[in-house]
Design a protein around this ligand. Structure first.
Ligand SMILES: [Zn+2]
Length: 135
């Protein structure tokens, strides 16, 4: 049975999640999902086109080199977008299961304000800062 949206966690002093808040987060996540899917498809198409172009450059080292650089760049975009896509899919999954909004690290509420600003967040501000300080 699906949990009531108001059961999503909040931090001290925050109002409970309204239906509209949940819709905002869900909408933002599905927009991201679509954008990332399109980005990946476009970058993959580019990478394929570049790979096809590389086949014709066997007697031109400089041109082959620039194809390589361009291809690396596209592959970087694909990798990055796929990682983000996983985060978005994970967030949607958690939202659907009613497990959304709990910090992966300290198991405390991430907070509604943070999630509305950054729906993919998996950690509370404190844990995120601690992680970044370590990195
Ligand atoms: Zn935390």
């Amino acid at each position: 049975m699906a949990k009531d949206v108001n059961a999503l966690p909040t931090r001290k002093g925050e109002r409970a999640w309204s239906e509209k808040d949940v819709e905002t987060v869900r909408g933002s996540l599905s927009e991201d999902l679509q954008e990332l899917t399109e980005d990946i498809a476009a970058a993959e198409e580019q990478a394929v086109a570049i790979a096809a172009g590389m086949g014709d450059t066997s007697d031109d080292q400089a041109e082959a080199g620039s194809y390589m650089v361009e291809r690396e760049y596209q592959l970087g975009i694909i990798e990055n977008s796929k990682e983000q896509l996983l985060q978005v899919q994970d967030a949607i999954g958690r939202l659907t299961r009613g497990e959304y909004g709990i910090c992966d690290n300290c198991k405390q509420p991430i907070g509604k304000a943070r999630l509305l600003a950054y729906p993919r967040a998996t950690q509370c501000v404190e844990c995120k800062k601690a992680e970044e300080a370590q990195a």
